[in-house]
Design a protein around this ligand. Structure first.
Ligand code: HEC
Ligand code: HEC
Ligand code: HEC
Ligand code: HEC
Ligand code: HEC
Ligand code: HEC
Length: 416
């Protein structure tokens, strides 16, 4: 009995100690977090500073050139962070164990010094980071996230159509065989009965496939069906002349959107700089790659083999010969900024889940029907666009005002 009693007491002591420990932990964590302001004004000031000064190397949720910064104010106290941001090299040189360890992990890069920053400015950046830590962006950012595919016109993919046709033919053949069997059974049944001569003659008439093949109506139907199938095939293949859907050429450097736009969430605009401003989206020059690859010299999958090609291009000043994936014929005019900046259409609506592609492939068929269908279905993005105010007024209460109704299917809008 005694031993049971002491066990119970030991347990009580343990519970008390354990809860003390937990509450201490919560208090210290709380002390740090709560020192970081949550005022929206401060957060947005911090956001601006972060985007201008830190974004090239840091993200909140993921590691980039430097570590992910989520919850950093819980790991180190604010005064350490102030000193570090103002002069990282000095903190590392001082032998600060934590800083040296970080440096070992991220060398050869050392973080830039921000000696002109005030404590308040750094605190506002922490406020932004805390806001992002506590409320991670839902669908991982609108420009690089999953995107929505709502505007894809629904069509039954060709393999399904073929499967349906083959299935139907098989069913018809089986039906035919069954019918012939039924006719034969009925005939042998009837021939044992007393029939009038007229009926007997009718029953005796052979009714197998041979008679069926001599039937004019049947021959007519079969010919019509076969002709229709052949004509459809020819038309389909004519329509597909010049259509390159699924085209995914091998590129001179094994550049992966899955790694850059997917895993590291680098904004599409960072590389495709023209996309909101001009007709062309632009393919980035090697200099843009060098913003990061001057320090990231090795890749997880390809080591130095692929990244070295960037250095070679920069050293010899020769452009990288990327193979063009999407290409409209010259007779059609397409403008990115009109769709992305004015229309608010997501890249993924037209280009598919680029952020999941190791190698870019052409996702949409880029035919005239594709352009026109979307213009018929998509309402104009008139919100906050003064240019459209008058139109919206005139159109009030008449349902969605589509691109087509604004002249988006006039031949001259795309051909001139
Ligand atoms: C040139 C790239 C670069 C820039 C720009 C940069 N950092 Fe860093 N940062 C790093 C690297 C790399 C480390 C890891 C330590 C080292 O090697 O110096 C780091 C570490 C940190 C740490 C410590 C992280 C931890 O896990 O404890 C903080 C805090 C930090 N940076 C904040 C900032 C802030 C705030 C800004 C913008 C004002 C900024 N950094 C701009 C590269 C950068
Ligand atoms: C780090 C730079 C970088 C980022 C970020 C990036 N891209 Fe690219 N993109 C490239 C390069 C380089 C090419 C050319 C090589 C290739 O086709 O893979 C390219 C090619 C493309 C192409 C095909 C161009 C053609 O030849 O027709 C599309 C479409 C595209 N990117 C869309 C996107 C979208 C959408 C995003 C954002 C989700 C994005 N890119 C983010 C660098 C980038
Ligand atoms: C904003 C930073 C940034 C830019 C700009 C950038 N990259 Fe990268 N790149 C990365 C990061 C981060 C990795 C991942 C390194 C790793 O695997 O650890 C990477 C990896 C790579 C790899 C190796 C992939 C592997 O796993 O082996 C190649 C090749 C590459 N990038 C090519 C390019 C090219 C070409 C450009 C310019 C069109 C470019 N990068 C622009 C950040 C960038
Ligand atoms: C409405 C559909 C649509 C949207 C939205 C769209 N694109 Fe495109 N994109 C196209 C078409 C069509 C082409 C082929 C253009 C040509 O050949 O003239 C193209 C071509 C490209 C190219 C090849 C180079 C060039 O400039 O022609 C890149 C890169 C590209 N798009 C990136 C993007 C990015 C990044 C976004 C999102 C910010 C985006 N696109 C949004 C339809 C679209
Ligand atoms: C996913 C939907 C979508 C697709 C696909 C699409 N567009 Fe558009 N397009 C829009 C929207 C939305 C606008 C309206 C932008 C605005 O508010 O002015 C627009 C506007 C335009 C305009 C300007 C029309 C005007 O009235 O001024 C032209 C030209 C155009 N698109 C050409 C094309 C071409 C060429 C293609 C095919 C290669 C294409 N679009 C494919 C959605 C699409
Ligand atoms: C929304 C944009 C858009 C509108 C509006 C439009 N087209 Fe087109 N058209 C295209 C695109 C894009 C192509 C190229 C498609 C391809 O290569 O498959 C094309 C191709 C064509 C072609 C085929 C040329 C060839 O060499 O194959 C003809 C002809 C044509 N359009 C005539 C017209 C006429 C007539 C109208 C007005 C009734 C019109 N288009 C309206 C976008 C448009």
């Amino acid at each position: 009995m005694a031993s049971k009693h002491s066990l119970k007491r030991n347990f009580k002591v343990f519970v008390v100690l354990f809860s003390l420990l937990i509450s201490y932990g919560i208090q210290t964590a709380h002390a740090q977090s709560s020192a970081v302001p949550t005022d929206p004004k401060i957060i947005s000031a911090g956001e601006e500073l972060f985007k201008q000064n830190c974004m090239s190397c840091h993200r909140v949720q993921t590691q980039l050139v430097g570590p992910a910064l989520k919850g950093v104010y819980d790991i180190k106290d604010l005064s350490w962070i102030y000193t570090f941001v103002k002069n990282p090299q000095k903190v590392i040189d001082s032998g600060d164990e934590y800083a040296v360890e970080l440096y070992e992990k991220f060398k050869p890069t050392v973080m830039t010094s921000f000696s002109t920053f005030s404590d308040e400015q750094i605190l506002s950046i922490m406020a932004y980071i805390k806001d992002q830590t506590d409320n991670p962006p839902a669908a991982a950012a609108s420009t690089s996230g999953g995107g929505d595919m709502k505007a894809q016109p629904a069509a039954i993919p060709t393999p399904y159509v073929n499967a349906i046709i083959i299935g139907a033919v098989i069913i018809l053949i089986v039906l035919l065989v069954v019918l012939v069997m039924i006719v034969n059974t009925l005939r042998s049944f009837l021939s044992q009965k007393d029939l009038s001569p007229e009926d007997a003659e009718f029953v005796a008439k052979p009714a197998g496939l041979a008679t069926a093949l001599r039937n004019k109506a049947l021959i007519g139907i079969v010919t019509a069906v076969v002709t229709a199938v052949v004509v459809k095939g020819v038309i389909d293949s004519l329509y597909n002349v010049g259509v390159q859907q699924g085209y995914a050429p091998t590129q001179p450097i094994a550049y992966s959107h899955k790694i850059h736009a997917g895993q590291y969430k680098i904004d599409c605009n960072y590389c495709h700089t023209g996309v909101t401003k001009s007709k062309n989206a632009n393919i980035p020059s090697p200099n843009i790659c060098m913003n990061c690859h001057s320090v990231i010299q090795k890749g997880t999958n390809t080591g130095t083999a692929e990244i070295d090609k960037i250095y070679k291009a920069v050293e010899t000043n020769t452009p990288i010969k990327w193979v063009r994936v999407h290409n409209l014929p010259d007779l059609a005019y397409f403008n990115h900024s009109q769709h992305v900046a004015v229309g608010g259409v997501e890249c993924q609506t037209c280009h598919g889940p680029i952020e999941e592609m190791e190698v870019v492939r052409q996702y949409s068929n880029l035919t005239m029907g594709w352009c026109v269908n979307c213009h018929r279905e998509t309402p104009l993005n008139t919100k906050g666009n003064g240019y459209y105010d008058k139109l919206v007024e005139i159109h009030e209460g008449k349902g969605d005002f589509t691109v087509a109704q604004n002249g988006g299917i006039d031949c001259a809008k795309c051909h001139y």
